[in-house]
Design a protein around this ligand. Structure first.
Ligand SMILES: Cc1cc2nc3c(=O)[nH]c(=O)nc-3n(C[C@H](O)[C@H](O)[C@H](O)COP(=O)(O)OP(=O)(O)OC[C@H]3O[C@@H](n4cnc5c(N)ncnc54)[C@H](O)[C@@H]3O)c2cc1C
Length: 387
């Protein structure tokens, strides 16, 4: 059995960023990853806001990671009316992105054990015993553990953390050809309840997907392609689940911290999680370094406190989710009509007054003014933290 200060379970963006933050401070975390290749299989639409890249000094000039820069998005609310938004984002090669993070972590001194599935974690008095299986059976004892195992949350659950439920499912095609210059989002409460369809262009290919609580996602996505008259060759298919209600209540316990999807660190409106996962990983890594430096005197409560300063932790996100995804198509269509042709984020000054005066024509909207305002705040956060 090996003894280490700190271990991380899961080498996705959350776990890798936690390892980077720790290694940067001179610690040598051990990261367990069950898959043989970091970043594969890809389960992602591969969109990220530019701020998500800036925060972590990801080189946007490296086109094998950051494939395409996109400057705006188009939103459709159960109709063909187009609403616009300025949103600087990139589409990624997500496997290369995760591999870049892994390289950075190991360059700083972290050890990443691939093909090493953690089967069990046993709490001891002041430490944790990790049993992993894979190429060889491994036993590690650590003082502190960061759980970054994604939405399945098996180890977290075994350590009495709540699961990040409910989950919503996503399904995506990779198709040949670039569909558009913009990111596109299609909302429809009947066709894609609690979710939407997306089109994210890359170079010479596009990711077209659906996220919804409803069954028959493939059938619904096929229908969407038909409606959009997209007949390009399908070159790949992916799917996966995403926590849909935001952060779980319990983010740490004694000497364990949860980061990323396992902690529900996903925006509950667009269901993007990469930037939030990395921010939670970075924060946990920094707190862990302090904890190790002063021999356990730093309370892990600091982790929760630091995270609460971010707008992605604000309860307005879930309120926006609850309100927006329970609206009828009639409501969505009126919203689309009200905002048609406008850039939502640019509505200021006189334009705001103009929009508000138009709003008075639609009782279905103005009778829910307060909720609508919360929805507006939620969508503002989405620009930065949505994906
Ligand atoms: C179809 C789909 C599309 C998405 N599109 C986007 C998008 O466009 N933009 C965006 O921001 N977000 C998107 N997301 C969400 C985003 O992918 C996740 O929020 C993000 O990957 C979370 O990172 P993580 O590190 O917490 O978890 P993960 O990336 O899931 O990493 C967890 C890692 O832990 C490993 N692991 C699990 N259990 C064990 C174990 N017992 N032992 C060892 N290793 C283990 C797994 O193999 C995995 O590598 C999408 C999700 C899906 C499913």
């Amino acid at each position: 059995m090996k003894k280490v200060d700190i271990a991380v379970i899961g080498a996705g963006p959350a776990g890798l960023q936690a390892a980077i933050s720790l290694a940067e401070k001179g610690y040598t975390p051990v990261v367990f990853e069950e898959d043989p290749i970091i970043g594969q299989p890809i389960q992602c639409g591969e969109g990220i806001s530019v701020n998500g890249l800036k925060d972590f000094s990801i080189p946007t000039s490296n086109s094998s990671i950051c494939v395409r820069k996109l400057e705006s998005c188009r939103l459709f609310f159960a109709s063909k009316r187009e609403v616009l938004g300025d949103i600087t984002a990139y589409t990624l090669n997500r496997d290369a992105f995760d591999q870049y993070l892994a390289e950075r972590a190991t360059d700083f001194g972290a050890t990443i054990l691939t093909s090493s599935k953690v089967a069990n974690v046993i709490r001891k008095k002041d430490s944790l015993l990790i049993k992993a299986e894979g190429k060889e059976n491994l036993e590690y004892e650590c003082k502190l553990l960061i759980l970054a195992e994604g939405y399945k949350a098996k180890i977290a659950y075994s350590l009495n953390f709540p699961k990040p439920t409910p989950l919503i499912k996503a399904f995506e095609y990779k198709i040949k050809g670039e569909w558009n210059e913009k990111l596109e989002f299609y909302f429809d409460s009947q066709k894609y309840p609690s979710g939407y369809c997306w089109i994210f262009p890359k170079e010479d290919e596009s990711n077209i997907g659906i996220v919804t609580y409803a069954k028959e996602r493939k059938k619904r996505l096929d229908k969407f392609l038909k409606e959009k008259k997209i007949s390009a060759k399908i070159i790949g298919k992916i799917g996966g689940s995403i926590p849909m209600h935001g952060p779980v209540k319990k983010l740490y316990d004694k000497n364990v911290m949860l980061v990323g999807d396992v902690a529900g660190m996903v925006n509950p409106i667009f269901y993007g999680g990469i930037r939030i996962a990395m921010t939670s990983g970075k924060t946990a890594g920094e707190i862990a370094a302090n904890y190790l430096k002063d021999d356990g005197k730093t309370s892990l409560l600091e982790y929760e406190k630091k995270l609460s300063e971010y707008s992605f932790m604000d309860k307005v996100n879930l309120e926006c989710h609850n309100f927006f995804y329970s609206r009828s198509n009639k409501f969505l269509q009126k919203l689309g009509k009200l905002l048609e042709g406008r850039f939502i984020n640019r509505i200021k000054g006189w334009e705001k007054i103009e929009v508000l005066s138009h709003l008075l024509k639609y009782p279905i909207l103005y009778k829910r003014m307060i909720k609508l305002y919360k929805m507006y705040r939620g969508f503002k956060i989405v620009r930065d933290w949505g994906f």
